[in-house]
Design a protein around this ligand. Structure first.
Ligand code: GLN
Ligand code: ZN
Length: 774
């Protein structure tokens, strides 16, 4: 069989979850890390997972031998896989290289996770998803060579099992565009300049795959849709042309599909067509049907990404067929059906959800069900809509039931959001608030506080698990949580902190906790998706109009406040973060949902205030994360996101102090949004960047209370009093001491008590020293 004769598959998915339906890979990888199993045992588990994924996808209707099934497994991360395959190892891990110059599996994990003083690779959000990839570190001297064989190995492994699959590899342009300058390399070094050096490694990969008999390879080039990268559209266009001129000229190669997920490919669609790639996969969920005037599409297959790979709603197959017809009218060589993105962002299957409401379940599609949608649409496209009439009707019926279901459209909620007026988003003038709050709270200069959570100990987790299983009655569970709160309050008093927290012991997760208490949300049993490495999250599903049936945090806050004369901060998660870390509904605007959540939280904030809580923090660590990939969408996003925060926090009195917490320190163009939130105090990560954010904020005209993190909570290391003091002395140089707060970088839930207590004591001591100098 001549491989070039195999057309791009009629039905395919761009990638598939790999953590295992029951998180088998997570368990296997973590057991290996803990030294409980051998590398061989881990490899066996991984191979079994790959085999069962191929078999399952074939059962669901993807072809066994036509490159329909993507080969998209990863032990940790697909970008790290490319680094390992091409021999990119940071200097600090040089000693881990094996005889071929690459990494064996243990070394690969070490680079991903760090070792002693050698920090791991940085993790960054993968496009607009909650998946995080490992950022390659490159410099002018970086060399690339194909030294890892996992891509061809997995293809051959599949072949032996009777499958002809399609290897999925991060493409050269995206790989470089997502990289950063290595330590010691000039900050303005542009990794895309390494294109001529990396291409021979990709050429070698193509030759290797061709020799193994691969008919197709898929290069993920999603960087092409992302306008937030440092590379400009022109740079990307140039790199694309250079890269594919070389790759497509390789005499012995598989056919090449370029996939561009996570957004519309405009304005670069024409440039991708011009490369001469054999197929182009485009995202038709986030993006529109591209403009094709003047383009010759007769040689290219368009894989139409009409099924949403990034959210969990069942598609209206009739609408999707109509969309496919529009794509067919563009005159491409052929049109096939695929997902808009890899399915790695959605859970495996609805089959494992026994507790989810059956009606709600009928509106959803996880990875398996989405694969079936793709297969049905491909059949409809080739055989005509009549061939899938029943599936089309089922999908329409489900959507109609969804549209009319109780809870999806709640009149009182819609009336409340429709009645919002400007004054609902505004508070008194900031200076008046500062004066009133200073009087009410009576805090010293440089007040000390924490970000909210205290260590989630084994005993807390055990109590929660026992309560969930019904082994611990609610009363016993709540008593355990109160005991925990009492200890956390006593500890903070002993350390001498100024504004206390209750510690968040009762929260399983800062989003799910609220999702479980708000109307309009559902939670899954097994809906895990990979966040990074072996870390998985179980996003809640926001399916209906959101409202708050009853107070969610007030009794905990009140209890904590009853134990101390110092102010205890109320602690809530903001609308944007709740949305960013859930699957949100796709049938109303994000602005509407944000306002609904904003109003529900506003009631909670007001109830906290009425219960005597004088400082209330609303966390928005996801504010930067949800920034759309297209610049034209930024203004609208920043408007609704900032306003939803303001809505939740603007119902309070002048002397109630609103805090917010934004995890990161790199804000770039959203820096003005921090001020627009109109919070009284903002805490931000700042220790690792040595307070760099403060002059940036000052330049942006920010003059509110600010708590730059004075120590990094991501490691158990205890910062010394001197080092915290040094950072504080730096901070007072750029911030008025009346506005400066002292706190760690982030919450302490992942830490242990030993290092937490020692670190906070040093934080308190350093603050006293600096106060004495004022
Ligand atoms: N209040 C939360 C905590 O302390 C904030 C967590 C976060 O920023 N991600 O855990
Ligand atoms: Zn944080």
């Amino acid at each position: 069989m001549s491989t070039s004769a195999i057309p791009f598959p009629k039905a395919s998915v761009l990638g598939y979850p790999r953590i295992g339906e029951r998180r088998e890979l997570k368990r296997a990888v973590e057991a290996f890390w803990a030294g409980k199993t051998t590398v061989e045992e881990l490899e066996v588990t991984a191979a079994e997972l790959r085999k069962s994924t191929r078999e399952r996808l074939a059962e669901l209707g993807l072809g066994r031998d036509d490159a329909s099934i993507p080969e998209s497994f990863s032990y940790y991360d697909q970008v790290a896989d490319a680094s390992a395959a091409f021999g990119v190892v940071p200097a600090r891990f040089e000693s881990l290289r094996n005889a071929e110059g690459g990494l064996d599996l243990a070394g690969y994990f070490t680079v991903a996770r760090g070792q002693g003083e050698n920090l791991p690779l940085e993790m960054t959000k993968w496009f607009d998803t909650n998946y995080h990839y490992l950022v390659p570190e490159l410099g002018p001297d970086t060399t690339f060579k194909l030294v890892g064989s996992q891509f061809v190995d997995q293809f051959l492994e599949a072949k032996e099992q009777g499958f002809v699959t399609r290897p999925v590899v991060v493409g050269p342009v995206t790989y470089l565009a997502l990289s950063k300058p290595a330590d010691g390399v000039a900050a303005d070094f542009n990794p895309l300049t390494l294109l001529p050096q990396i291409l021979p490694a990709y050429v070698a990969l193509l030759e290797q795959l061709a020799a193994a008999g691969a008919p197709w390879v898929q290069f993920e080039e999603a960087a092409l849709v992302n306008e937030n990268l440092s590379a400009s559209a022109d740079e990307l266009r140039g790199a694309l042309a250079t890269a594919y001129e070389v790759l497509l000229a390789v005499p012995q190669r598989p056919q090449v599909a370029i996939s561009a997920a996570y957004g519309g490919l405009d304005p670069l669609f024409g440039a991708v067509v011009a490369t001469g790639a054999d197929a182009i996969a485009i995202d038709l969920v986030k993006g529109a049907v591209p403009a094709t005037e003047g383009l010759d599409l007769s040689g290219v297959t368009i894989a139409a990404g009409v099924i949403d790979g990034h959210n969990i709603w069942r598609a209206n197959l009739s609408d999707k067929l109509a969309l496919l017809e529009r794509v067919e009218s563009l005159g491409a060589k052929s049109v096939t059906v695929t997902t808009s993105t890899s399915l790695q962002h959605v859970p495996y299957t609805l089959r494992n959800e026994s507790k989810l409401d059956t009606e709600l379940k009928s509106w959803l599609a996880f990875a398996e069900e989405k694969t079936q949608e793709v297969v049905a649409l491909a059949q409809g496209l080739t055989e005509g809509a009549a061939a899938i009439a029943e599936q089309v009707q089922d999908s329409k019926d489900a959507l109609a039931r969804r549209a009319g279901a109780a809870g999806v459209n709640v009149l009182a909620v819609r009336e409340a959001t429709a009645a919002l007026k400007q004054s609902d988003f505004d508070r008194e003038d900031a200076e008046a608030r500062r004066v009133a709050q200073a009087e009410r709270l009576g805090l010293p200069a440089l007040p000390t506080t924490t970000i909210g959570s205290f260590p989630q100990t084994t005993s807390i987790r055990k109590a929660r698990a026992a309560h969930a299983k019904g082994e611990l009655v609610t009363e016993g569970y709540e008593q355990a949580m109160r005991d925990e709160i009492a200890q956390v309050i006593a500890l903070q008093e002993e350390i001498g902190l100024d504004v206390l927290v209750h510690g968040e012991a009762e929260r399983n997760d800062m989003v799910q906790y609220f999702a479980e208490l708000l109307d309009g949300f559902a939670v899954t049993e097994n809906g895990w998706v990979q966040s990074y490495g072996s870390r998985c999250t179980r996003p809640s599903i926001q399916w209906g109009d959101v409202s708050r049936p009853e107070p969610m945090t007030v009794r905990w806050a009140k209890y904590a406040q009853s134990l101390t004369r110092k102010p205890v901060k109320g602690m809530l998660t903001g609308p944007v973060t709740i949305m960013a870390w859930s699957f949100v509904r796709d049938d109303v605007s994000l602005r509407e949902t944000a306002n609904q959540i904003g109003l529900a939280l506003r009631d909670e904030v007001n109830d906290l205030e009425a219960a005597g809580i004088a400082t209330i923090q609303v966390d928005e660590p996801a504010l930067r994360e949800l920034l759309p990939l297209k610049k034209k969408d930024h203004a609208d996003y920043l408007d609704w996101s900032v306003n939803s925060f303001r809505l939740s926090t603007s119902g309070v009195r002048v002397d109630t102090q609103i805090h917010t917490h934004l995890c990161y320190s790199e804000f770039g163009e959203v820096i003005d949004a921090i001020d627009a939130l109109n919070a009284d105090v903002t805490s931000i990560e700042a220790a690792r960047s040595r307070m760099e954010i403060l002059p940036e904020l000052a330049d942006a005209g920010f003059s509110r209370g600010v708590g730059p993190g004075v120590y990094d909570i991501h490691s158990p290391r205890v910062p010394s009093t001197e080092e915290i003091q040094e950072l504080l002395e730096l901070a007072v140089k750029s911030v008025d001491p009346n506005l400066l707060w002292v706190n760690p970088d982030c919450g302490l839930k992942t830490r242990g008590y030993e290092e937490t207590t020692a670190s906070l004591k040093n934080l308190a001591a350093a603050t006293l020293n600096v106060r004495a100098q004022l």
